[in-house]
Design a protein. Structure first.
Length: 79
């Protein structure tokens, strides 16, 4: 997976989770201690977002970043 594909997928998952929690981008930014612009960049799939604020956003949404060997699937992976 390319960096752009990864960040676009991540952005879509963050956006979907935020929406499922009925949070605006501004609400999420306030709760995570980041700027609304940063949340927007994550959701847009920007490839240059910083890790520490990204982890704050993910943690606020109850999500985590998982690193695993390439090609392996988790129980939540779809074929």
């Amino acid at each position: 997976m390319s960096p752009k594909e990864f960040t676009e997928s991540l952005g879509a998952k963050v956006r979907a989770r935020r929406a499922s929690l009925s949070l605006s981008q501004s609400d999420l930014a306030d709760l995570a201690g980041v700027s609304e612009r940063f949340v927007r960049f994550v959701e847009q799939g920007k490839t240059t977002v910083q890790l520490e604020p990204l982890l704050a956003v993910l943690g606020t949404l109850g999500l985590e970043l998982l690193v695993q060997p390439a090609g392996s699937q988790t129980a939540n992976s779809q074929p």
